[in-house]
Design a protein around this ligand. Structure first.
Ligand code: NDP
Length: 397
C-alpha cells in the first residue's frame, strides 16, 4: 500500500491515473498534479469514488515540487509531464527522499537534443540516498527495452542486430495530428537520424532511410529510420550489439504536412517577435493542432511496436520478433485515451508497481532493461498490452 504522486495531466497522465486507481492494493492513495489543475480535476472525476486528489504545480520549479511532495508524502513520483521537467522533478525527489519514474529522457527547451547524460549524472546522488530512479518506462522507450532484456535473458547468448519497429497503423480522421505532445513529437522527428554500427553512431539526414516492413495484423507500411533515445542505453547495456536502429512508420499525408510546417518556419523553437511579444512558432503551432489526448473517439486501427533481433544461441544464428499490437478503439473504450497514450501509460503504471512491490528496487538511476524483465512482462498482458514472440522469422532487415 503506497501513496503515489503523478505529475502531468495529458493523454499519458490520464491513462496512468486510471490504471493506478484500478490497483488500490498497490496504489492506495493518488495525487495527480499538473500545471493546469482543471485538467487533473477532469481525470479525477472520470475515475470517481474520490480515489484521486488533485493539485496545481509548476514542475519547472523545484521549491514548488518540494512543498507539494512534503505535503502529500508519497513513496514515489511518476513523471508524465514533459521531458523539460525531468531534472527539476529528480532534484525534488532527491530533496524529499522519494523514488522516481519517467517515460522520456531530459531535453533542454532551447535546444532540440535529447540524451541520457543529464539524467545518468544523478546516479551517485540517488545511490547515496538509497533511492531508485527508473528512466524511460513507456512503450518506446520502455517496453521495447524490456523486450530486448527478455531476448537477452531467454533467447540469445549474444545480441548482434537490433531493430526496433514502431508502426501506427491507425487513422484518427484528421488531416494532421500528432499522437503525443506535438511540440515534443515534431522536435523529435525533424532531427537528423542516427543509428549504431560497429561501435559508433552513424548520422543520417531526416527520413533518409526508408524500408517497407510488414507489421502483424496491419500489413506493409513505409518505415523510416529515426534516432530514438533507447538506442543509447541499449548499446551501452548490451555491448555485443553490432548494429541498432529504430524505425517508425509515417504516411505520405503526414510527411507532406510536416514538410510544409518546416518550410514555412512553424517548427522553429527560437522566439520570434509578434505584435511586441516573443512567441516560439512550434509552441504556437501546438496550440492550434488537435490535442492528442482527444483523438481517441474516432480512432480506428492498431499500433504495432516491437523488436526484431538477430543474435547467436549455442553457436548458431537465431532470429526473434517480439511485439505488441494495441487497438486504438479498445484503448479508448478502456480509458478514454487513444492507443499511443495507452501504450505509454500502462507501462508507466506497471513500472511503478514493480518499484513499489520491491521487484525493481535498487539504489541508483536505471534504464528499464537493467531490471528483471520477467515480472513486468508477466503482468503486461493483464493490464491491457498482451505481447507475442516468434522465433526463426524473416526480419526483413
Ligand atoms: P501532453 O502534452 O498531453 O501532457 C503533458 C502534461 O504535462 C500536460 O498536462 C501539461 O500541462 C503538463 N505540464 C507541462 N509542463 C508542466 C509544468 N511545467 N508543470 C506541471 N505540469 C506540466 O503529453 P503526453 O501526455 O502526450 O506525454 C506525456 C509524456 O509522455 C511526455 O514526456 C512524452 O514525451 C512522453 N511519451 C512517452 C512515450 C513512450 O513510449 N516512452 C510515448 C508518448 C509520450 P498543461 O495541460 O497545462 O499543458
Amino acid at each position: 500500500m503506497s501513496k503515489v504522486l503523478i505529475i502531468g495531466a495529458g493523454g499519458v497522465g490520464r491513462v496512468v491515473t486510471q490504471k493506478c486507481a484500478s490497483v488500490p492494493a498497490v496504489f492506495s492513495e493518488i495525487l495527480l498534479a499538473s500545471r493546469t489543475v482543471s485538467k487533473c480535476d477532469v481525470i479525477a472525476k472520470e475515475v470517481g469514488q474520490g480515489r484521486v486528489q488533485t493539485a496545481q504545480v509548476d514542475a519547472d520549479k523545484v521549491p514548488e515540487l518540494v512543498e507539494l511532495i512534503n505535503g502529500f508524502n508519497p513513496e514515489m513520483v511518476i513523471n508524465v509531464a514533459l521531458p523539460y521537467q525531468d531534472l527539476t522533478i529528480m532534484e525534488a525527489c532527491l530533496e524529499t527522499g522519494v523514488h522516481y519514474l519517467d517515460t522520456a529522457n531530459y531535453e533542454p527547451k532551447e535546444e532540440a537534443k535529447f540524451e541520457y547524460s543529464w539524467q545518468w549524472a544523478y546516479q551517485d546522488r540517488f545511490k547515496e540516498k538509497g533511492l531508485t530512479a527508473i528512466l524511460g518506462c513507456g512503450f518506446d522507450p520502455g517496453v521495447t527495452s524490456i523486450f530486448t532484456a527478455r531476448a537477452a535473458k531467454h533467447h540469445f547468448d549474444a545480441l548482434h542486430y537490433l531493430d526496433i519497429v514502431d508502426c501506427n497503423g491507425g487513422d484518427h480522421g484528421k488531416a494532421f495530428a500528432t499522437n503525443f505532445n506535438p511540440e515534443i513529437n515534431i522536435r523529435e522527428i525533424t532531427q537528423k537520424g542516427k543509428y549504431w554500427e560497429d561501435g559508433q553512431w552513424v548520422e543520417t539526414e531526416p527520413f533518409e532511410h526508408r524500408k517497407e516492413l510488414t507489421y502483424p495484423n496491419i500489413g506493409k507500411r513505409s518505415s523510416y529510420l529515426l534516432y530514438h533515445e533507447e538506442l543509447e542505453s541499449l548499446v551501452k547495456n548490451y555491448p555485443t550489439i553490432k548494429r541498432a536502429r529504430f524505425w517508425m512508420t509515417f504516411g505520405e499525408e503526414y510527411l507532406t504536412h510536416l514538410r510544409v510546417i518546416e518550410n514555412i518556419g512553424m517548427s522553429r523553437i527560437d522566439p520570434v517577435k509578434f505584435k511586441g511579444l516573443d512567441i516560439v512558432p512550434l509552441e504556437f503551432l501546438k496550440e492550434v493542432l488537435p490535442n492528442p489526448g482527444d483523438l481517441g473517439e474516432n480512432y480506428e486501427g492498431e499500433t504495432s511496436i516491437g523488436c526484431r533481433i538477430k543474435g547467436s544461441k549455442d553457436g548458431a544464428e537465431k532470429t526473434l520478433y517480439i511485439w505488441n499490437n494495441c487497438s486504438h478503439r479498445a484503448a479508448f473504450e478502456a480509458t478514454g485515451a487513444q492507443g499511443v497514450s495507452f501504450t505509454t501509460g500502462v507501462p508507466a503504471m506497471l513500472g511503478a508497481m514493480m518499484l513499489l512491490t520491491g521487484k525493481w528496487k535498487k539504489p541508483g538511476v536505471f534504464n528499464v532493461e537493467e531490471f528483471d524483465p520477467d515480472p513486468f512482462l508477466d503482468l503486461l498482458g493483464k493490464y491491457g498490452l498482451p505481447w507475442q514472440e516468434e522465433v526463426g522469422v524473416d526480419l526483413e532487415l
